[in-house]
Design a protein around this ligand. Structure first.
Ligand code: AMP
Length: 560
């Protein structure tokens, strides 16, 4: 490695992280970032997209499938090697410090000889090494990754080591979310917030949005649009207060069966067909038959369509859990194809001969109908047009859907554009079952007696308006032994701290929780609690971005 590299010192980035960490106020965080972005934009514009992503603790834009592929084990090994301790010492320190980044900083500080970080790290160097780590594959990939990581860490100061470590595991812990970054870009480059938001929604690339904000301003941002091949966050549904209220509000509506499977966004670009989940994970390899059906039933043109994949047996949909088995599967796909047969219901089109998201839903549905050759395996969602004079048709569809083993109905505004990532009033859902909450596991407690070796109850949290997690309830029941064990195995490697029977757990696992009532409670950070919370299922199709908010719980409480 050349010692005379030029570039911007990584310590500048780290100063920003520390400043962000020192305040909980969103406005202050926004202005710290705005100042930093505008500085970088002036002095080193090439670096702007990079630091924008790094400010979020990311190396790649959200649409990208690239990942660093570094587990905590390797990270611990790298830290241990550089500071001259055993990986077990790093693990112990992590338990005491609360996170592996803080553990790295503590260990680096303890280290006596100061010979290591004589060379100063640049942002360019950190970034290019992280990219290198992501591109390594094949045999000996892990040891090559380890080697690059060691090299980076051995040039780091203790605080730099903390943030490199946290960037590697994508948990920066400085309380900055995408919203703060967008506000900071708007502030830094004098562009409209709403335009930044839209550009981000369509491209899922904050680095690109930063660059265009700086170079081309509001007009340039307006020209950004969605591209087949790059997934966008799906438009989400709010709960319908009831058939008649919803339809009267919309004027008239398009009602559809609500299928209980997983939402997919299917992109065709040239000859490539890719299938993404709502977390934007590419699952094409796990569901090759869906790729085949799409190739057969849709034209050979670039497009983006959306639908729901479900599993059927003897013509009836079967449990949602089966589909997760398929999606997670890496091996034995051919056998699984037979055992767990899939079917796709398409319900929207976002791109065909150019973007369609600004077209009204009614029009998009027409385009979709003209595109798809329906077969047994690939169909359009069952849809009826309902006016205030024919509300009974919506009820009939609801009853038919429930009888057919589906979840309920969707009520969609025919005039609405497609709004990526937005949970608005233009698409509503009406389910037969009472509403559930999607919450993240943040802690737990080991069981007693026969279950003493298993975590038997889980502490759950929702997020507040600053994206901070607030606890809400302990849920203990609802899982069969097999799922309980599965959950335990998912949770065990991400335990941060143990004290007695209690554990603290890194916030990664999302559970769908049913309950009888929301109640006020000073015992939990959210100020609320749930009566009789029951775990319905593990939602590995959701990420922490998708969990329910304290605000929603508040409004559900008031609505009680
Ligand atoms: P939510 O995930 O809570 O926003 O509920 C809406 C979900 O219902 C979507 O994300 C889809 O996965 C699913 N869904 C099932 N059938 C349909 C349909 N016909 N139209 C739209 N979404 C549907």
């Amino acid at each position: 490695m050349s010692v005379s590299e030029v570039g911007m010192s990584y310590s500048k980035m780290v100063d920003v992280y520390e400043a962000l960490d020192s305040t909980t106020k969103r406005l202050e965080k926004t202005s710290i970032l705005a100042k930093f972005f505008s500085d970088i934009g002036e002095k080193n514009p090439k670096l702007l997209p990079i630091v924008t992503l790094l400010s979020l603790g990311r190396v790649f834009p959200t649409w990208s499938e690239e990942e660093l592929g570094i587990g905590t084990k390797i990270l611990m090994k790298a830290i241990a090697y550089v500071v001259g301790v055993k990986p077990q010492d790093v693990e112990d320190m992590q338990r005491d410090a609360g996170d592996i980044g803080q553990a790295a900083e503590n260990l680096f500080r303890k280290k006596k000889q100061e010979t290591l970080f004589t060379r100063s790290l640049t942002i360019e160097k950190v970034h290019s090494n992280l990219i290198k780590i992501a591109t390594i594959s094949g045999s000996k990939a892990q040891s090559k990754k380890l080697e690059i990581l060691r090299e980076l860490l051995s040039s780091s100061s203790p605080t730099e080591a903390k943030y490199i470590t946290r960037t590697v595991i994508e948990e920066l812990r400085v309380g900055v979310g995408e919203g703060t970054i967008r506000d900071a870009l708007a502030q830094a480059f004098g562009v409209e917030k709403s335009v930044v938001e839209r550009a981000h929604m369509l491209t899922n690339d904050l680095g690109l949005v930063a660059e265009v904000s700086k170079e081309q301003g509001t007009e340039g941002l307006k020209n950004l649009t969605l591209n087949p091949g790059k997934p966008v966050k799906p438009m989400l549904a709010q709960l319908s207060p009831g058939i008649s209220t919803s339809i009267l509000e919309m004027g008239w509506a398009l009602c559809e069966t609500k299928y209980d499977g997983i939402r997919v966004q299917i992109h065709r670009l040239g000859d490539e067909v890719n299938i993404f989940t709502r977390r934007l994970e590419n699952i094409s390899k796990a569901v090759p038959e869906i790729v085949e059906y799409i190739r057969k039933s849709l034209p050979v043109e670039d497009f983006i369509v959306e639908g729901e994949i479900i599993v059927t047996r003897d013509g009836k949909p079967i449990s949602f859990q089966y589909i997760l088995q398929r999606v997670r599967r890496k091996y034995d796909i051919e056998r699984m194809r037979e055992e767990v047969p899939l079917k796709l219901f398409l319900f929207d089109v976002l791109y065909y001969n150019g973007p369609l998201i600004d077209s009204p839903f009614e029009k998009r549905r027409e385009v979709l109908e003209s595109l798809v050759t329906v077969t047994d395996k690939i169909q359009l969602s069952t849809q009826v047009k309902v006016t205030p004079d024919s509300l009974q048709d919506a009820e009939n569809l609801f009853n038919k859907s429930i009888k057919g083993g589906h979840e309920g109905i969707m009520i969609k505004d025919p005039h609405a554009p497609y709004m990526p990532g937005i949970r608005g009033k233009k698409m509503l859902k009406l389910k037969a079952e009472p509403e559930t909450l999607d919450l993240v596991v943040v802690g737990g407690s080991y069981g007693r007696g026969k279950r003493a070796h298993l975590i038997g109850s889980y502490l759950l949290a929702a997020k507040d308006e600053n994206n901070e997690l607030k606890t809400l309830a302990y849920a203990a029941t609802g899982l069969d032994d097999k799922t309980l064990l599965e959950l335990h195995n998912l949770v065990e490697p991400i335990i941060i701290k143990k004290s007695g029977r209690q554990v603290e757990i890194a916030p990664h696992i999302i559970l769908e929780i049913a309950y009888s009532e929301i109640v006020k409670s000073p015992e939990y950070e959210s100020g609320y609690s749930l009566r009789f919370p029951v775990v319905k299922r593990i939602r590995d199709d959701l990420s922490i971005d998708d969990i329910d908010t304290v605000e929603r719980i508040n409004s559900m409480f008031k609505g009680n």
